[in-house]
Ligand binder design. Structure first.
Ligand code: NAD
Length: 317
């Protein structure tokens, strides 16, 4: 079994990944600016460190074989579309420091968590759009600073592998959701936000949707996500790989699934102005299937059922 570091271990995907790696029998250190908000710490060690600082990154990566680099300053569309300089600066510092510290400390494998946000805006201009293949990322034209930074850090991984022999892996997540994630405060993503709005709604209320709700996305359940992350880390594939589902739904359809799961069938939708991100986005899983012989399997209905049950419990206090 390996000695493993998970950065961003106080965050949504990170703390689920720690639990998964522990269940596999690994020794795990978690690092973050904060402890997990909704669960106990599962890691063998958990250290509060700021990876924007070089000294902290060196402490974080000491004595481990593998690093899962998940730390990032991030949030939903509202946050990503209005904090470009902060996101580019913070995430660049985190990733430059973490990979260099990993190299100095002799880490053998390093997985970087990238995003579907790297894909060019013009390939996501229609709601009914072709799924995105890994190679579509170039020529580059991401919508936000968040995506530009992810692209640079992807390249950083590829170059560290080439120049220093650090085995790097790159995963591009497509809208990961599930229980124990941020569901209010401005950084929450659309599945958790919709679950919160529906859970709080009174009979006959209208649920607010940003834009006309016809923008499309695919959504991947957290259990599939952590399984996929570990499979990608263990694979021989060093180039970026999508990790998502290829079932594309509109945000209106997603809202209706949440309403159906909640049993509050008399709720309606009300469309209001708000940031929508790209118009349409889906994951092409051909390469993922070819490389891993695996892809996410949890249905959106099942995943939303689990997520809604958890969010509802939180909002009811
Ligand atoms: P999250 O915000 O819940 O977790 C990120 C964690 O990083 C947070 O706990 C945060 O405190 C920590 N962090 C931020 N700045 C830090 C710093 N300077 N030092 C140490 N820790 C710091 O987000 P998440 O959804 O768990 O995402 C994990 C990774 O996956 C991120 O890199 C994110 O960009 C990427 N990603 C996520 C999604 C998704 O749908 N959730 C999609 C695409 C990419």
């Amino acid at each position: 079994m390996a000695r493993v570091l998970v950065t961003g271990a106080g965050g949504f995907i990170g703390h689920h990944l720690v639990t998964h790696l522990k269940a596999m029998g690994h020794w795990v250190r978690g690092v973050d600016l904060k402890y997990p908000e909704f669960t106990d710490v599962d890691a063998d060690e958990f250290e509060i460190l700021d990876l924007r600082r070089r000294e902290d990154a060196l402490v974080a990566t000491r004595g481990v074989d593998h690093v899962y680099a998940l730390a990032a300053d991030m949030g939903g569309m509202g946050f990503i579309s209005s904090n470009h300089a902060t996101i580019l600066r913070n995430n660049s510092l985190i990733n430059l420091n973490t990979i260099e510290a990993a190299r100095i400390n002799g880490v053998s494998r390093y997985l970087y968590s990238s995003s579907a946000c790297v894909y060019p805006e013009h390939l996501q201009a229609e709601a009914d759009i072709a799924p995105l293949k890994e190679e579509d990322a170039y020529p580059a034209n991401p919508q936000d600073a968040y995506g530009w930074e992810k692209l640079i850090s992807e390249r950083l991984c590829l170059y560290y592998r080439e120049e220093f022999g650090l085995e790097t892996r790159i995963v591009r997540f497509h809208n990961i959701y599930g229980p124990c994630g941020t569901y209010d405060g401005g950084r929450e993503k659309v599945p958790a936000a919709l679950c919160r709005k529906v859970a709080l709604a009174e009979p006959g209320d209208a649920i607010e949707i940003w834009g006309d709700g016809e923008q499309t996305r695919s959504f991947c359940y957290i259990d599939d996500c952590v399984e996929g992350i570990v499979r990608i880390m263990e694979s021989d594939h060093a180039e970026p790989l999508n990790l998502g589902t290829d079932r594309m739904v509109t945000i209106n359809e997603l809202a209706r699934i949440v309403i159906e799961v909640s049993g509050k069938r008399d709720l309606t939708l009300r469309h209001v102005d708000g940031p929508q991100g790209v118009r349409g986005r889906n994951s092409d899983n051909s390469l993922l299937r070819k490389v891993l012989g695996w892809e996410p399997t949890t249905s959106l209905e099942d995943g939303i059922r689990q997520t809604y049950a958890w969010v509802e419990k939180q909002v009811r206090g």
